[in-house]
Design a binder for this molecule. Structure first.
Ligand SMILES: Cc1cc2nc3c(=O)[nH]c(=O)nc-3n(C[C@H](O)[C@H](O)[C@H](O)COP(=O)(O)OP(=O)(O)OC[C@H]3O[C@@H](n4cnc5c(N)ncnc54)[C@H](O)[C@@H]3O)c2cc1C
Length: 503
């Protein structure tokens, strides 16, 4: 490739890899700059002690909270981004998530377009990520124009029983839509896939699906170990004139026609705010609205362990069902509480990473009798919940919202699991180090005074800049974000093909 590609994509995670796939075959010369490397297929990929206790894949990076306390964030810098470790639940936002939805803690804002606008690209994203699922089980499931490409991942025996127990209580457990070939995954080693990095052994992630599709096009290339350090504007401050990046200690400068930022919700905000301000854009790039870095959201989540000393949980992967009976209402005509889904199997070594004082053998006995659930409630956008930069420091001032409904969701889960015959139910909220579902920091909207991006994720302030990572999301809903990021990335790719490549 010559020194000046037509398009530079920054980041090869869900947004970046998927938009690259959407641009394949367009004739544009695309360069993807990724700061990380590929995850090698070593024994650590399936070693819970290496992953959870020794933090083998965690970044050597420190962020700070608003009180100045430092923490090591669970934000992963590899080819494929955070999807390399994700649980591969590829679920659509509910139709209602695109309109204003009232919660006890405030209002979740409407998208600039309805569900029906994004629907065709949801189907395309499900095809690209080979999603396994079943329609007709979840009353909150929005209309699909195409069925899931593959049947659901089968429940293991303890989960088949849990599904029956939930149904007996009048609930509607559904097969989680999953991007995983469980047979290929288990052939490599008998572990779950949630939070275990994928090395081309069955997970459908940004590297194995989006990027693999993109790189079939000889006009699309990937450069790894390439950390973008700055975006430079033209003298008027209107267009992105150049992308600066560092590789192997050397500084490079490229001047593409279009720039697509997909560095993840936190790092995209950091790049726009910290490293790219100039005389014409003193608040940072794409930030005339002063919205960049604000509205940081991350879901309110808890692990809930349902324990029955009389029954063994023999699951290896476990993560196959969820229920949305309290998604749109608390079940008594009240406001929404959230989604419930299984966690990947939480084994003794994984518990040990969180309960360091207890012996691992004792935790293994406990986990052998526990089914591990995950409660997820919407975190509402708040302008004061924000990513800031102070000198070289990244400050994550996350103002959690809507915790009342989350606590009520956890209480409901406890009632349900006790009624299903699990005498002991323990819960623990995930803390702020877990930034898995980060979103909202470069939000899209119709009004340039209130959003950084237009409904096609184009920066209002810079005609040749797009942001397609989870930063564009105007709300967090209460389902996993990746499929929605992928669907919008494909929609934006089509927009670029029709508007920018042939003009
Ligand atoms: C353990 C875990 C489990 C999860 N489970 C699920 C799940 O089951 N379902 C779901 O939908 N979501 C899940 N998620 C969340 C999901 O992974 C993210 O929502 C998704 O990856 C977001 O996509 P993105 O494009 O915004 O960012 P990412 O996928 O994180 O991609 C950002 C990329 O940009 C690169 N980058 C950053 N800065 C720079 C720079 N300056 N220069 C060059 N490159 C840069 C990063 O290395 C990375 O590759 C999970 C996440 C984690 C960590």
């Amino acid at each position: 490739m010559s020194a000046a590609p037509d398009i530079v994509i920054i980041g090869s995670g869900m947004g970046g890899a998927t938009i690259a796939a959407g641009l394949a075959g367009s004739g544009a010369r695309v360069l993807i700059l990724e700061r990380g490397s590929r995850i090698p297929d070593t024994p650590e990929t399936r070693d819970a002690r290496a992953i959870f206790q020794r933090g083998h894949y965690r970044p050597r990076e420190t962020w700070y909270d608003q009180h100045g306390s430092s923490f090591n964030p669970g934000n992963y810098y590899y080819v494929g981004g955070n999807t390399k470790l994700y649980g591969a639940v590829l679920i659509r936002y509910r139709r209602e998530d695109f309109a204003e939805l009232e919660h006890d803690g405030g209002v979740s804002p409407a998208w600039p377009f309805p569900y029906e606008e994004l629907e065709p690209w949801y189907s395309r994203a499900e095809a690209l990520y080979r999603v396994r699922g079943a329609l007709g089980e979840d009353p909150t499931e929005p209309v699909h124009s195409a069925p899931y490409p593959f049947p659901p991942v089968p429940d293991e025996a303890p989960i088949a029983r849990a599904r029956t127990e939930l149904k007996a209580q009048g609930l509607h457990p559904f097969s989680l839509p999953l991007g995983v070939d469980h047979e290929a995954w288990l052939k490599r080693a008998k572990t779950g896939w949630d939070a275990h990095p994928d090395s081309f052994t069955g997970k459908m992630d940004a590297e194995t699906c989006g990027l693999a599709r993109a790189l079939q096009d000889p006009d699309i290339t990937l450069e790894t170990g390439a950390e973008v350090t700055r975006l430079e504007t033209d003298p008027a401050g209107k267009r992105i004139a150049a992308v600066h990046y560092r590789k192997d200690g050397t500084e490079h400068r490229l001047a593409p026609k279009l720039v697509v930022l997909a560095a993840g919700a936190v790092m995209s905000a950091v790049l726009l705010l910290l490293r790219s301000g100039d005389g014409k854009n003193p608040r940072g790039l794409a930030n005339a609205s002063d919205q960049v870095g604000r509205h940081f959201m991350n879901h309110n989540t808890s692990a809930v362990l349902a324990i029955d000393p009389r029954r063994r949980n023999t699951c290896i992967y476990q993560k196959t069902i969820g229920f949305n009976d309290f998604y749109l209402s608390d079940g008594n005509g009240g406001k929404p509480l959230g989604n419930v889904q299984l966690l990947g199997r939480v084994t003794g070594p994984i518990l040990k990473a969180n309960i360091s004082w207890a012996p691992e053998w004792a935790l293994s006995i406990m986990s052998g009798h526990a089914i591990d659930w995950y409660g997820m409630s919407e975190d509402l956008p708040n302008p004061d919940s924000r990513v800031r930069v102070d000198g070289g420091r990244i400050i994550l001032d996350w103002q959690r919202s809507n915790m009342g409904p989350h606590n009520r969701l956890v209480a409901k889960m406890k009632e349900i699991f006790r009624a299903a015959g699990y005498p002991i139910v323990l819960s623990r909220p995930f803390d702020r180090k877990v930034v898995s579902h980060q979103c909202g920091t470069v939000r899209m909207g119709n009004d340039p005074a209130k959003a950084a991006l237009d409904p096609f994720c184009r920066a209002f302030d810079h005609d040749n800049l797009f942001v397609v990572d989870a930063g564009f999301l105007p709300n967090s809903a209460a389902v996993n974000p990746s499929l929605t990021v992928a669907a919008q990335a494909l929609r934006v790719a089509d927009h670029i093909r029709s508007r920018d490549l042939h003009s």
